[in-house]
Design a protein around this ligand. Sequence first.
Ligand SMILES: [Zn+2]
Length: 490
Amino acid sequence: MSYVPLYPVQTYILDELRKAMAFNKRVVLMAGTGLGKTQISIEIIKRALAKEKEGCFVAHRILLIEQTSKAFSSQEVHHGVVQGDHPDYFPERRVQVCSVQTLKNRATPKADIFFFDEVQVWFKVYEKIMAENPDAYFIGLSATPMTKGLGKHFTSLVHPVTMRELIDQKVLKDFEIYGPSSIDLTGVRTSNGDWRKDDLEKASDKPKLTAEIVGTWLKLARDKKTIVFSSGVPHGRHLEKEFLKHGIKAKEINGYMTKEGDDGANKIIEDFREDRLQVIISCEMLIAGFDVTAVDCVVWATSTKSPMKFIQGTGRGLRKHEGKETCLVLDHGSITQNMGFPDDIEAEFSILDDGKHQTSKNKKKDKPEQLPKKCPSCDFMKAPGVQVCPACQFKPEFIQDVEVSEGELKKLQRKTNRVYTKEEKQSFLNQLNQYCKEKGWSQGAASHKYREKYGVWPNKMTKYICEPIGEEVRKYIQYQNIKYAKTKNK
Ligand SMILES: [Zn+2]
């Protein structure tokens, strides 16, 4: 029998889940991609099978049904598949993998334990299944179970590992957020907890802003594989046009397109995956579930008030991929300023929404000082309480100091400023020399860059040595270019 051992983190998650299940029959497990939630489900189903129980795994995307069925088979969990006229239809088996859409038209399945995959998308049929299996266990799986009213159906939330922990453990890639030229949200109304779509489209879809968004991207992310989120389909088309104008292979994709065929959505995604497209633009379609791991830039050409959307959308750029460093996030919608960093929002989430209390709203009022601030010099999104910009070293004026220092005691800084040794400074200069040499510039240019960084000329340094450019210097040069690009934009 094939046996896939659990990773320590999965064992931990499984323990936490079982602790919750000891007192609750309806539990949401908040676990993102990379945590192996399928593997955890398999473990639980195996234990259930050992006790002569029955299990049912329900998903709403065909791809996930296939993946789950494959994973179950690879570990000899014999099961049937309930999805259209799937060839593996074996209703007598004790484990079933089901499509929500198919269940709508069939008899409600009976089991002792149910999994609802990606439970942030809620279906009426779930309520029927729950009602007709009153004694069963229900486990909702989701990376972002922030859906309104989910707490009416589940009594417990298990959130064993945060996004930040996953980044720190290198399961996910880290990100950096910049907030260049922003959409003017004045007058944009709110509806159902998010910006009203028609207002938002009007505010975002402006030729000057579109040119600025693409212009910023050209300066900062020219080589990056990019997802752009637009405010609507026409806006996406305008962005596409602007990218094409600059010779960038970009394509807008939306849910109204046919899937198959040469112009179909599947072909566009395939072209993007195979690098025949560099930029893919969508309004809603790619926010969740889109899985091209090479993406290393996410552009919010729109705005949102939905933490779920922000976490999911940004998460598209955090998957591990060979050669990928950090994910660059260009937030043109003031999302970070209004809500905070996606990983902070994710970490703070601890109560399912019961549809009664506006938890997120109340929370925000309690601690407005904890929101990130934009560096006035380079647009880098600084963590609450951080004064000197970690990206460009800019130190805000006195008034802003007072403003940001409020939150300082409450929250740890994400990045601290370093003190450099003489050897490090020399090495820094050597790498700048290398950079300027590659660009065909004189050593004087390197000295200038050195002075921008340390505030003094490199008079005490040996001037003409070169060494390979490392990560930190590469980043520093990028930041400087961003800063320069910004002053030029004005
Ligand atoms: Zn800065």
